[in-house]
Design a protein around this ligand. Structure first.
Ligand SMILES: [Zn+2]
Length: 201
């Protein structure tokens, strides 16, 4: 799934906070956005392994949510929403495609790494690849309620993320070829710094 889809779903997790404790809504939206997007910062080192914790992050949401409910504060609410967004990201990666540059070809059996099971979880391919029409639909389904209910600035951020999603969806397939050609022109000494999916491995 697109990083923007994950970010928007993270922001959507802040909507219940907006409904019941609006004073914490701003921090919840930021936490949801950051928590939803952050796992993909491992793109350059052990993608979908280093910062993806489908089991541990999910388990950690229980005490985090309990703490936010029992002792609501900016810190506990941010932790609860951020952790839930990160857990949702890691778990939902299972429903997407594999790690390869062209996930629509379905050649990779690696969706996300489960540190608990100590192995890769295979992709279910409900969302065939990042930027697929069904991925864009997921982004819209999370972005629309955020835009409809959040105030101006948060709504504008969500709208921008949706705009990027639309552009990425349109360019995703041609971009795979462009990336490969660009990497092909890099000096060999730089190749270790390029994510594996672009190196054709
Ligand atoms: Zn991810």
């Amino acid at each position: 799934m697109m990083a923007t889809t994950h970010a928007l779903w993270g922001m959507m997790l802040a909507l219940p906070v907006l409904a019941v404790a609006p004073e914490f809504a701003p921090v919840a939206f930021v936490a949801g956005l950051v928590g939803g997007a952050a796992p993909d910062l491992d793109l350059y080192t052990g993608h979908r392994k280093t910062l993806h914790y489908p089991v541990y992050a999910t388990v950690a949401t229980v005490p985090a949510l309990a703490a936010a409910l029992v002792a609501p504060s900016a810190t506990t609410v941010a932790l609860a929403v951020g952790l839930t967004a990160a857990a949702l990201h890691a778990v939902s990666d299972v429903l997407g495609g594999g790690l390869e540059l062209r996930p629509w070809e379905g050649t990779s059996e690696r969706a996300v790494y489960s540190h608990y099971h100590d192995r890769w979880v295979r992709p279910r391919r409900w969302v065939r690849y990042d930027g697929a029409p069904e991925d864009l639909l997921l982004a819209i389904s999370a972005g629309a309620p955020v835009i409809a209910t959040a105030d101006g600035f948060v709504g504008a951020v969500a709208f921008s993320l949706l705009a990027v999603s639309v552009g990425y969806s349109l360019l995703r397939k041609p971009l795979a070829g462009v990336a490969e050609r660009l990497v092909g022109r890099l000096p060999a000494s730089l190749l270790p710094y390029v994510p594996a999916r672009y190196r054709g491995t």
